[in-house]
Design a protein around this ligand. Structure first.
Ligand code: S3P
Length: 772
């Protein structure tokens, strides 16, 4: 598409030869940007360097540009350089744009017939107004743009050919902008190594007011304030790195910045108002010596700053996750490999979510060890920060939560985004139904498809007011300030999330909240509430609590997640020669369906070093290869292994005979429809199976050596557990298994790929949309 325009520029005119215009010339020179002689014949000839001319009122700047080899010539007047220009770049200060465009309008007829005009101004609405005044309307060949790059230096002498490399350039096309003109401006910036984005004018100006204009205003103001207090500037002798880092941009071009603040007045004032409110809050906290309030602010800021750092440096899994969401992440598993060693998988997701929730509502400080630093639980942590809770960490799984008490949460300033986490959304629904303020809960596309009526309906029975999107889907709008009343609820499905949601709402309700479960589900909420000093009773299949009590902070040691360990248990169970120890795995009786099922299939799986840690039973799981056989999975094990079925299906595909699962319709409403997703994946690698509405029959390969199925391409449907299940399937495949959309593995199992490689899998990560 962009190929013809990639080589179409014969004469580029840069109006305003300062740092920005000069750096553009330098970058284009270095890239050999220009046109091909044979353009008219469809391209293909050698690239002929574009002629680059400049117009600047300062003849010395032009002379310097020529001397530096950046431009071929120039003039102090537009009419001296406009003839035959194919592309005009306006790089003058924002307030000078209007005059320059007025002059250009009268001369444009002398430029090349297909001339395209663009600019580099830091504000866009004012420049668009100027263009309309100059040309009578926004010409379709005028594409406004803004390179997000600069320096505190100015003038052509500071021109830097690398200024735009890996920086963003925002273009703000109008509905009737000529697509060919847009493509040519894109090509111009791409040649400088920039990443080109598009945005509308208003949004551009708001975003830049916050991220660029406000910080410049503050830097100018701070340096000026200090300088005024000390006429001899003595004070700066004692200023160290913090001052230097904060104020570097106060050395920027004053004229340029005056223009920007005049041109983007309204957006700057709005962002300044927000800033002043933030400073006022902090001032108040300092005045009152309110350490918790300070910590809450600093922690949120520090977390956000580190996150920003990782985005810039693209180092942490979070940044990777972000990139992969845009670029997609694929796993390629080579067939074969072994499974040996001793590993520890990350902390339990269910317990990690709850540790933050209960810690936040408790009185006192909760110290957490082993916290899962996955996207899901980090989203919960961030949500509480947004409700004013001071949380330190996570640092290597350690988190400190400064509890605010049952009624200490504050209204968040916007929607709470919980990403991919169904657990977070459902538990939050209960907890937030009892607050005095309104909240909105949102999530990613997968979560947006998941049913929330299962919590909204019983919460409404308790007196909560909750709006959902159509079909009981997210987002959830929870109206605060309602009086909740305890209910006795008979759950229609075995769901720990629903049970936990109601118990959390019950903390705020009048009287007793009782929940009956049709089958036992994970009981972390009950155990942890008890650990925080809140009485929860149980009799048979009913548990209940009385509202109005309080939670007292208690230390939490999060065991390794048995759901994550499962992928390696199954990997070892299906791979001849395996011998693997998984350390410190939580073996809560409501979670050990996978152990029971694998043992029924004949696995050699032992629990060693059993102990109780922070109220949860824990063991090292030792597994060695022995051939598996197909079984009928006992229905009572289904809720106890609900997250483990994707991996168990892979065990079944390797077992001798048929494995039958029924009563598992809940699998259809997880991060994906896991029955369908697994059936499709099994079909792709040639595993015989029959799908049922509530289960599946899987005909295992049953070979003790060599492959049990073929390779193939799997759509994980962005479901972390589907991706990990087919990764371990590779151990017994005849060919490579390629799995698409694996970025969400980071929601529950950061470091999965490294651990998989460590035990012996051959696994590559690939990015990009295309190819296999
Ligand atoms: C969870 C409960 C289960 C499980 C989920 C975590 C929890 O969901 O699948 O991964 O932490 O309470 P359901 O309650 O929907 O079965």
């Amino acid at each position: 598409m962009t190929e013809p325009s990639a080589v179409a520029e014969a004469r580029i005119l840069i109006v305003g030869l300062g740092l920005i215009g000069g750096s553009l010339a330098a970058a284009l020179r270095e890239a050999g940007f220009g046109r091909r002689d044979s353009d008219d014949a469809g391209g293909g000839g050698p690239v002929k360097r574009a002629e680059i001319l400049a117009c600047d009122p300062d003849a010395d700047e032009i002379a310097r540009g020529i001397e530096m080899g950046l431009i071929d010539g120039g003039d102090t007047r537009l009419e001296g350089v406009i003839d035959g220009a194919t592309l005009v770049v306006l790089a003058v200060p924002v307030l000078a744009m209007r005059g320059v465009m007025g002059e250009l309008a009268g001369l444009l007829g002398r430029a090349a017939p297909q001339v395209v005009v663009t600019d580099v101004g830091s504000t866009k609405a004012a420049i668009r107004d100027g263009a309309v005044a100059a040309f009578g309307r926004m010409p379709p060949s005028l594409v406004l743009g803004h390179p997000i790059a600069g320096s505190e230096k100015s003038g052509v002498a500071a021109a830097n050919p690398a200024l735009y490399a890996d920086h963003k350039v925002i273009l703000t096309p109008e509905p009737d902008t000529d697509p060919a003109a847009l493509a040519r401006v894109r090509t111009l910036w791409a040649a400088c190594g920039a990443e080109v984005l598009e945005m509308d004018v208003a949004r551009h100006d708001q975003v830049l007011a916050r991220t660029s204009h406000l910080p410049h205003l503050l830097a100018f103001s701070l340096v000026d304030t200090l300088a005024r207090q000390d006429e001899r500037l003595e004070i700066f002798r004692y200023a160290a790195g913090g001052f230097r880092d904060f104020t570097r941009i106060a050395g920027s071009d004053p004229v340029m910045w005056r223009d920007i603040f005049i041109a983007n007045r309204d957006a700057v004032l709005t962002s300044l108002e927000d800033f002043e409110a933030g400073v006022a809050r902090l001032r108040d906290a300092v005045e009152r010596g309110d350490g918790d309030a300070m910590l809450a602010t600093f922690d949120r800021a520090s977390h956000a700053r580190h996150y920003f750092d990782t985005l810039l440096n693209k180092t942490s899994y979070q940044a990777e996750y972000q990139m992969q969401q845009q670029g997609k992440l694929r796993y390629r598993v080579s067939p074969g490999g072994g499974v040996t060693g001793r590993i520890r998988v990350p902390g339990d997701k269910s317990i990690s979510h709850r540790s933050i929730m209960l810690g936040a509502l408790a009185e006192g400080v909760t110290e957490i060890k082993g916290f899962l630093e996955g996207e899901d639980s980090l989203a919960t942590l961030q949500a509480f920060r947004e409700m004013g809770v001071a949380i330190e960490g996570p640092h290597q799984g350690r988190v400190t939560v400064h509890g605010v008490g049952m009624h200490g949460l504050k209204a968040p300033s916007g929607p709470l985004y919980v990403g991919n986490a169904g657990t977070a959304m459902r538990l939050f629904a209960g907890l937030l139904a009892g607050q005095a303020f309104d909240t909105e809960l949102t999530g990613d596309t997968s979560l947006t498809r998941r049913p929330m009526g299962r919590v909204a309906d019983p919460l409404r029975l308790m007196g909560a007011e909750i709006d959902t999107a159509e079909g009981g889907r997210p987002p959830l709008h929870i109206h605060g300030g309602k009086t909740l009343k305890g209910i006795a609820y008979d759950m229609p499905m075995a769901s720990a999330q629903v049970k936990s949601c109601l118990l959390l709402a019950g903390l705020y309700a009048e009287g007793e909240t009782r929940v009956r479960e049709p089958a036992p589900t994970r009981d972390h909420t009950e155990r942890m509430l008890t650990g925080f000093g809140y009485a929860v009773q149980r009799e048979g299949d009913i548990c209940w609590l009385e509202g109005g009590g309080k939670l007292t902070a208690a230390p939490i040691d999060v065991p390794s997640d048995i759901s994550s360990a499962t992928f390696f248990l199954v990997a070892a169970a299906i791979t001849p020669g395996s011998d693997l120890v998984l350390e410190h795995v939580g073996i809560n009786p409501t979670r050990i369906g996978v152990i029971n099922i694998l043992r029924l299939m004949g696995a050699d799986l032992r629990q060693e070093n059993e102990r109780v840690v922070g109220g949860e039973p824990v063991a090292d799981l030792h597994i060695r290869y022995t051939p598996l056989k197909g079984i009928e999975i006992p229905v009572d094990q289904v809720p106890l292994a609900i997250d483990e079925f994707p991996a168990l299906f892979i065990a079944a595909a390797n077992a001798e005979g048929v494995t039958r699962l029924r009563g598992a319709e809940e699998l259809r409403v997880k991060e994906s429809d896991r029955l369908q997703a697994m059936a499709d994946g099994l079909a792709a690698i040639g595993v015989e199976h029959t799908l049922y509405p509530d289960g599946i029959d899987i005909m295992g390969g049953g070979r003790h050596e060599g492959p049990n199925y073929g390779g193939g391409r799997i759509d994980s449907l962005e479901d972390h557990r589907i991706a990990m299940a087919f990764t371990i399937a590779g151990l017994r495949a005849s060919d490579a298994i390629v799995i698409d959309d694996c970025a969400n593995v980071a929601t529950s199992f950061p470091g999965f790929v490294d651990l998989a490689r460590k035990v012996g899998l051959t696994l590559e990560e690939e990015s990009g949309e295309e190819g296999a």
